[in-house]
Design a protein around this ligand. Structure first.
Ligand code: DGT
Ligand code: CA
Ligand code: CA
Ligand code: ZN
Length: 590
């Protein structure tokens, strides 16, 4: 079982509060869960460590009584809460659909369902269209219009898919389990997981084995398998954790590469590849590459394949070098491959520094010293500490005084790291300033002038019109002290669309001023996305891949950011934090 973090527990408690509130439970009980979620969210040490500390008790924590302490224990031990299952059984399915609409909390969802006898999101949409929502108590024309807008977002099936990082955790367990099956000779994950998409619909596996039945039995016996959905001669599908479907194909060794290529996709890439093959009198399928004349022949009468044991053979058969899966989206990758002009994609090992992270000074879970130790352990040569500026009051954002104190602490830390020869890491004095709603930043230029690294982000006033948002960001870009724009579009995958921003204007301004743009590696953000990052690269803007870690564990999401950068076709030279610190300083705007 994956360790249960404070953030996980806080999220479960928030969810319980939503469910209780939906049921019309006693407001105090609802509030108790919300308060506990907040306490846990701002806790410095992990709940697991508090629980095992003989000198302490969970009930010492503000707002945690014996009942909630018991729930925390249940979550730490089992990763889930029986109460959640009970509540899920009692709350109608439509409530969950409605609560996925951004801005619709449990209270509004409940009154909509009961007032309008809704049974689906479609019902709600229709009610909005017919103007029946605006008349309800607590609603109105503006709310009705906002709901209609947000329904479109919530209804999009794209927004129900797993995050790549969630799918990846499942895939790892799955590969480990299947690797124990003696019949398996080779195994590989395919599909959108292998291409590193932001979100994943289902998991695809390709196996090389002679004993197909043994492989399928082994998958069915996985402890996470809740149902076998289909079982054929070469293909089986099961339902796994979080209801995700797993599709497994078993092929022979001589077809393993062809099957892996086929099931890695994308569909668009495969269509282009097959049409290229046809022009050369060849046919590609999941068994190999064959002369076109044979395509309709029965397997027994087919001539020998021109390749299929490895993916390289498949691409080589149509005169192409192997194409990295992250590029296989049916864009210009086949043309680039043909011209031998594929980018040498950036790799995790190229990353030398992490330039966006938080500590307990604001909303991080771990101290400055702990973050630095964790960064050294991960082999980073430099990091920037970028706690929030004072506008982010919810996170106790830093004012001038506290920021300067933190920077003195960083000076002392760097000195002690360098005391016995070359330091293992250099810590940059940074800040994540906020772009204020009315324009400008939340810390004055004379403070920013003393920073080594300034991230500017937009957290407030995200609903402003396009020209306002764009002007705020361009103004920050033009500030000579701002090094990089943090999560430039503000989107949260599956949760919140990007704010309305003219991204081309942002990229133009960044190119003109030498300001970097961030690829925020947090799996919910991945912001800039692949298309925007590719556009930034074309404009000559350097990207910075940053974790925005709020804990030491948060440093591990760097690989998600690198994957996004690879999907954008970025090379190491396009990414500023692949540089040595000396090179990075030269690259920064003056
Ligand atoms: P997902 O699961 O929605 O995140 O996306 P994929 O790309 O993993 O799609 P999936 O699982 O339906 O299929 C995996 C790959 O198998 C897909 O990328 C290409 C290949 N494939 C599946 N069905 C077809 C098909 O009908 N035609 C073609 N050309 N390829 C297919
Ligand atoms: Ca898939
Ligand atoms: Ca599939
Ligand atoms: Zn941040």
């Amino acid at each position: 079982m994956v360790p249960v973090t404070n953030a996980d527990i806080a999220a479960v408690f928030e969810h319980v509060a939503d469910l209780l509130e939906f049921q019309g439970e006693n407001v105090f009980r609802v509030r108790a869960y919300r308060a506990a979620a907040r306490t846990i969210g701002s806790l410095v040490e992990s709940l697991a460590s508090v629980r095992v500390d003989p000198a302490r008790a969970l009930t010492d924590l503000e707002g945690i009584g014996t009942d909630l302490a018991g729930k925390i224990g249940e979550l730490l031990d089992h990763g889930r809460l029986a109460l959640v299952d009970e509540l899920h059984a009692q709350v109608p399915a439509v409530a969950f659909e409605l609560m996925r609409v951004p801005g619709l909390g449990p209270k509004k969802a409940k009154s909509l369902i009961s007032e309008l006898s809704l049974t689906s999101l479609d019902d709600l949409e229709q009610a909005c269209r017919e103007g029946r929502v605006a008349g309800l108590k607590g609603f109105g024309d503006k709310t009705q219009a906002a709901i209609l807008d947000n329904i479109a977002f919530a209804k999009n099936p794209e927004h129900k898919r797993l995050l790549w990082s969630e799918a990846d955790a499942i895939m790892h367990g799955l590969l480990a389990w299947m690797g124990e099956c003696p019949a398996v000779r080779q195994i590989a994950g395919a599909g959108s997981w292998r291409r590193g998409r932001e979100t994943i619909g289902d998991l695809d596996l390709v196996v090389d084995a002679a004993d197909t039945a043994a492989v399928m039995d082994h998958l069915a016996a996985w402890q996470e398998t809740s149902a076998v959905l289909l079982r054929g001669d070469t293909k089986t599908s099961i339902r796994g954790p979080r209801d995700v479907q797993v599709d497994l194909r078993v092929v022979d060794q001589k077809s393993f590469g062809a099957a892996l290529q086929y099931f890695t996709g994308s569909k668009e890439h495969n269509v282009k590849l097959r049409s290229r093959a046809r022009e050369q009198g060849l046919s590609i399928n999941e068994y190999g590459v064959f002369p076109l004349a044979d395509a309709a022949a029965t397997p027994a009468r087919k001539s020998k394949s021109r390749g299929g044991a490895t993916e390289e053979e498949v691409y080589e058969a149509v005169g192409l070098p192997w194409i990295p899966p992250e590029l296989r989206e049916g864009g210009d990758e086949i043309r680039l491959a043909e011209q031998d002009a594929l980018p040498t994609l950036v790799e995790l090992g190229d990353i030398r520094g992490d330039l966006h992270m938080h500590t307990t000074a604001t909303d991080g879970e771990d101290t400055l010293a702990e973050m630095v130790r964790a960064a050294i352990a991960r082999g980073l040569a430099y990091i920037a500490i970028t706690d929030h500026g004072q506008r982010v009051t919810m996170a106790r954002g830093l004012d001038r005084k506290r920021l300067l104190e933190q920077w003195s602490e960083i000076d002392r830390l760097n000195d002690s790291l360098a005391a016995d020869g070359p330091p293992p890491i250099v810590v940059l004095k940074g800040i994540e300033v906020d772009m204020l709603e009315k324009g400008g930043l939340d810390l004055p230029d004379d403070v920013l002038a003393r920073a080594d690294w300034v991230v500017a982000s937009l957290h407030y006033g995200q609903n402003q019109p396009r020209d306002r948002i764009t002007a705020r960001i361009v103004e920050a870009i033009e500030n000579p002290h701002v090094t990089v724009i943090g999560h430039p579009t503000g989107r949260l995958i599956n949760r919140r669309p990007a704010y309305d921003v003219d991204i081309e204007a942002v990229i133009d301004a960044a190119a003109k001023t030498g300001t970097f743009l961030e690829i925020n590696a947090n799996p919910w953000r991945l912001d800039l996305d692949d298309h925007h990052a590719a556009a930034a690269k074309r404009a000559g803007v350097k990207l910075v891949i940053s974790t925005d870690a709020h804990s030491t564990r948060g440093l591990d999401v760097m690989r998600c950011g690198v994957l996004q950068a690879r999907r954008a076709g970025l090379e190491a030279k396009d990414v500023a934090n692949t540089r040595t610190l000396a090179q990075l300083k030269k690259l920064m705007k003056k």
